[in-house]
Structures are given as structure tokens and as C-alpha cells.
Design a binder for this molecule. Structure first.
Ligand code: DER
Length: 235
């Protein structure tokens, strides 16, 4: 499909540009675009990959690395990462991202921050001006499970009356993250989404919040595959 082709295009372009032979510690994100990132890194060959270590951002990411026969590492062993490549749910004109659609944004943010270079790869649907325009289910927020009701209450008070606990589809009850926490999806009005950094700080301060799916001023560049086979780069 054009969406899969667009994901692959973004991923291959970003890897060719930012995952170079001198880069030995690579952070691998989560979602449906990063498999194309791993595909392109594997294609760089065993010679260059045998001296590299790959840091996952969750269970799915770890499986991707292991199944590609790439060397697995942990962020506690490799606190300095050369480059992290990850997807996103939406990217605004200033390279701020909504992330966490896949429920992995806590480890994703740790690896994005630990990397010298953090790049985003996505299909054209994620390329936006103001966050919340195309990704409308809300800002993903990882919360301590016992505190979720309090966090929900406070999110309603600070501007997200429609905030909800993310319920599982293939399991009775809520989604449980790789870290054993719950996820809340909190939509905010466009006015507040125009200043994602202020919104991030306000949400992060709510007691019980573990991590917020707003990645502000972290990405060095974002690559979007387009329907016509071209690539848009924001940096
Ligand atoms: O949850 C995340 O932040 C993931 O990166 C995810 O949102 C990316 O989604 P996709 O690559 O499957 O579109």
C-alpha cells in the first residue's frame, strides 16, 4: 500500500543519512515504521553490524532486534547512544511530536534523550502544522496504575474533559505498558496544542504521571514518505 511504501521510504532515507558506519550504539523505536528501519540497517551488511549494539524501546522493539540477529543491548549498559530512530503519531512545524500511540513512549523518550541524534520516520499522515490536527485520540500519558483515577480527574480539570483510560481490545480491562503501567489518552483544545512545551510541563507535574507522549525539541530531523514517492524532510 502507499502508506507502507511511504513508511519504507522515510525509514530508508533516514537510515542512509543518519546511521553511518561510525555509529555503534543504535536506539530502535517502536511501531509499524521501525521494521523498515531495521530492514535497511540489516542491508548495510554484517561487516558493519557485527560491531554495533541495538537498544530496544520495549518488547516489540526487542523482538525486532532479536529476529534480525542484531546484537541486543540495554540502555543501562549503553547510556550514551549515537543515534535513535523512531516513529511518531504526529509531528508539528517545530518538530514537536506526539508519541505513544503504541504505548511505548516512556522508553522511547529515554532513548531519544540519550541519543546524540534522534530522528523521526513516518508516513505523510503524520506530517502536520499543529499537534492534535491529524492524531485526534489525545496525548498518550503513561501513569502509575493505582493513581490513574486521580490523574484522570486532574486532566479533566486542566483542560481535557474527554481524557480516558486506554482499554485493551484483546484483553478484558486496560492496556498495560511494558513497564506495568496504564495509559491515558488525553485530547486537548487546539489552543493548548499550539504550545506543546507548556502543556508537557503541566501534565508532567500531575502526581502519578510517569511520562507524557509529547517530545518537544528532541528530534533533529523528521522524514516523511509521501504518496507520490517523494520524501519531505523537516529539521
Ligand atoms: O508509540 C509511538 O510513539 C510509536 O513510535 C508509534 O506511534 C509510531 O507509530 P507507527 O510507526 O506505527 O505509525
Amino acid at each position: 500500500s502507499t502508506i507502507e511504501a511511504a513508511k519504507r521510504l522515510a525509514a530508508w532515507t533516514a537510515v542512509d543519512k543518519h546511521v553511518l558506519p561510525e555509529h555503534k550504539v543504535i536506539g530502535i523505536g517502536s511501531g509499524s515504521t521501525v521494521p523498515y528501519v531495521v530492514e535497511r540497517i540489516v542491508a548495510q551488511g554484517h561487516e558493519v553490524n557485527k560491531d554495533r549494539v541495538f537498544i530496544p524501546t520495549g518488547f516489540q522493539s526487542k523482538e525486532l532486534i532479536v529476529n534480525a540477529n542484531l546484537r541486543l543491548g540495554d540502555v543501562d549498559q549503553y547510556p550514551i547512544i549515537d543515534v535513535t530512530v523512531d516513529g511518531a503519531d504526529e509531528v508539528d512545524h517545530d518538530l514537536n511530536c506526539i508519541k505513544g500511540g503504541g504505548g511505548c513512549h516512556l522508553r522511547e523518550k529515554v532513548l531519544a534523550e540519550a541519543a546524540d541524534t534522534f530522528v523521526v520516520v513516518a508516513d505523510y499522515r503524520k506530517n502536520s502544522e499543529v499537534l492534535g490536527t491529524t492524531f485526534i485520540q489525545g496525548i498518550p500519558i503513561e501513569v502509575a496504575s493505582f493513581a490513574y483515577a486521580k490523574v484522570l480527574q486532574n486532566l479533566h480539570l486542566i483542560g481535557s474533559p474527554k481524557a480516558v483510560l486506554r482499554m485493551a481490545k484483546a484483553k478484558a480491562g486496560p492496556v498495560v505498558s511494558d513497564n506495568g503501567n496504564f495509559i491515558i489518552d488525553a485530547p486537548f483544545p487546539a489552543e493548548m496544542m499550539k504550545d506543546p512545551y507548556t502543556l508537557l510541563t503541566r501534565i508532567k507535574m500531575l502526581t502519578g504521571v510517569v511520562e507524557v507522549g509529547l517530545f518537544c525539541q528532541m528530534a533533529k530531523a523528521a522524514y516523511f514518505g509521501n504518496q507520490d514517492g517523494s520524501v519531505t524532510v523537516k529539521w
